[in-house]
Design a protein around this ligand. Structure first.
Ligand SMILES: Cc1cc2nc3c(=O)[nH]c(=O)nc-3n(C[C@H](O)[C@H](O)[C@H](O)COP(=O)(O)OP(=O)(O)OC[C@H]3O[C@@H](n4cnc5c(N)ncnc54)[C@H](O)[C@@H]3O)c2cc1C
Length: 479
């Protein structure tokens, strides 16, 4: 049952009625809500991909933990070095076709490692509970939401010193469990998932111990509410416009835990503040390795779309400046992917069995590639031309009276019909001149941590003192 089809996923959404709000109103039926349709489609298409004859051997893996066949990118605990390479290859491939490959396996793996550390330091046995949760999701095949990022309030203060804390925390310890209260932000795909997994988002001090909490709960648990932000694609039906975002990319949500009871068996960390920062450290290694591959996939998508735009405009192979731009997009993607692979080559095995990619290479690669995406959008505007922001709409094309003017005036390379040229232009618009473009930018710059966090990791991991010694040797400086 662990591998489910898109249809089975859609059906599963009807089994529960979580407390979701969108545009100020309660969602009655997640499966059929018009503002959730792209997310449902994105996740359902991800399920169907598991049956793709070309991909299934790599996308599906037998879990040594549960013995189930499971989605590698969504649910696998990465305990073989080879996992890092296969994951990078698949992440690039899928991201180049639909932006997001839903890489929940990274989140589950870094949590596995952190819980292992908690048990090792405190003699607790949280990992066996977490293992039971992993087996449960492996058996159902249903997606989960990742609740890591707290609101954080005034960034200069730790959570315990915020005047009115909103970060997720334990507010009561009861026999058989704890009560938690607070908020997690940025819960990607959250409203269309079936479980929430909460983890701490930063290093904590002794006074912050109530904020050191990790657990998993079904999304319909009393007190869990999500305020959803619709995905960037249009809610109306389209055939030409927004070809990517009308079908892919997902809803975001603010997740509220309003005095939620967490039973002991669902609790994986309960006040062990000393290990909270380990999760961010492991995330900075494992997830950012993936993110290098994911961004490489976006470079591939942008390069392909740019080359198509050049061809429909009739400038493919003619203009050297266009060739240079497309080539630079390809090179950026290859450099990012190289870092994903390099970080995997230098990976180290954490005592929990999870392989942690080299943080220096992963963060250097991500820092470099994420800064290029804005430039790629600039190239798309340049190569496609102004039409992406000025062309008449799909509704105009569908009006025969207007189409006859558009058909002649908007023709390009005779190899393509006008409609085909417009379809290519709509793709570029989606990628570079739309709400989806802004979301892709947000995804690139902030998802997986802000760019400054790449620098922090690199400064910590790089042996600059050694290089200073070598510089002194060369310059014959003795001090
Ligand atoms: C599309 C998208 C999807 C996401 N999905 C998820 C998800 O599914 N689950 C999840 O948990 N999170 C998710 N995130 C959250 C993401 O990890 C955060 O947005 C990211 O870590 C940045 O945190 P922030 O938004 O709070 O920004 P901030 O941390 O406020 O950063 C803003 C700026 O302030 C700087 N700054 C912050 N704190 C300090 C400080 N103490 N000292 C100096 N400078 C500081 C930062 O470097 C940055 O320049 C997602 C984000 C995006 C954009």
């Amino acid at each position: 049952m662990a591998i489910i089809t898109g249809e089975q996923f859609r059906e599963s959404l009807k089994e529960v009625s979580p407390e979701i709000y969108i545009r100020g109103e309660r969602v009655e039926d997640v499966a059929s809500h018009p503002l959730l349709k792209q997310t449902v489609h994105h996740l359902a298409a991800g399920c169907d991909l598991l049956f793709d004859p070309e991909l299934k051997d790599r996308l599906v893996v037998r879990s040594p933990i549960s013995g189930e066949d499971i989605p590698r990118l969504g649910m696998h605990i990465q305990q073989e070095k080879e996992d890092l390479f296969i994951k990078a290859e698949l992440t690039r491939e899928i991201s180049s076709r639909r932006i997001c490959s839903a890489c929940g396996s990274n989140m589950l793996s870094v949590t596995w490692a952190m819980i292992h550390d908690v048990d090792a330091a405190h003699g607790t046995d949280y990992l066996s509970r977490y293992r039971d949760f992993i087996i449960r999701i492996h058996k159902t095949g249903l997606p989960f939401a990742w609740c890591m990022m707290d609101p954080k309030g005034d960034r200069s203060l730790p959570p315990s010193r915020q005047p009115e804390p909103t970060d997720l925390r334990i507010v009561e310890r009861k026999p058989g469990g704890v009560v938690v209260n607070g908020v997690k932000l940025h819960t990607t795909m959250g409203p269309c998932t079936r479980f929430v997994v909460a983890v701490p988002c930063r290093a904590l001090g002794k006074k912050d111990k109530d904020f050191a909490v990790s657990f998993a709960l079904p999304i319909e648990t009393k007190g869990i509410k999500m305020i959803a932000r619709p995905s960037p694609g249009p809610s109306r039906e389209t055939s030409m416009e927004s070809p990517l975002s009308s079908r892919f990319m997902g809803v975001e949500a603010m997740t509220i835990f309003d005095n939620v009871f967490v039973p002991e068996e669902n609790l994986f960390m309960c006040g062990e503040w000393e290990q909270a920062g380990n999760l961010s450290m492991y995330f900075a290694s494992l997830h950012r390795q993936s993110k290098c591959a994911c961004s490489a996939g976006h470079c591939d998508m942008f390069a392909g779309a740019a080359a198509l735009a050049a061809d429909v405009n009739g400038v493919s192979g003619r203009a050297s400046h266009i060739q240079e731009k497309i080539t630079s997009m390809i090179m950026d993607g290859e450099a990012g992917y190289g870092c994903a692979l390099g970080a995997a080559v230098n990976a180290r095995r954490h005592p929990s069995g999870v392989w942690m990619p080299d943080p220096l290479i992963a963060n250097s690669g991500l820092g470099a590639i994420r800064s290029k995406v804005g430039r790629h959008m600039e190239h798309l505007h340049d190569i496609a031309g102004g039409l992406i922001a000025t062309m008449p709409t799909e509704a105009d094309w569908n009006n025969p009276e207007l189409r006859k003017y558009m058909d002649k005036a908007l023709r390009g390379n005779p190899k393509y019909t006008t409609e085909e040229r417009l379809r290519a232009m709509h793709l570029i618009q989606d990628l570079a001149a739309s709400r989806a473009a802004g979301t892709i930018m947000a995804f690139t710059i902030n998802a997986a941590g802000s760019p400054a966090t790449n620098q922090v990791v690199v400064r910590r991991a790089y042996d600059l003192d050694k290089q200073i010694r070598y510089a002194k040797e060369l310059a014959s400086i003795k001090t």
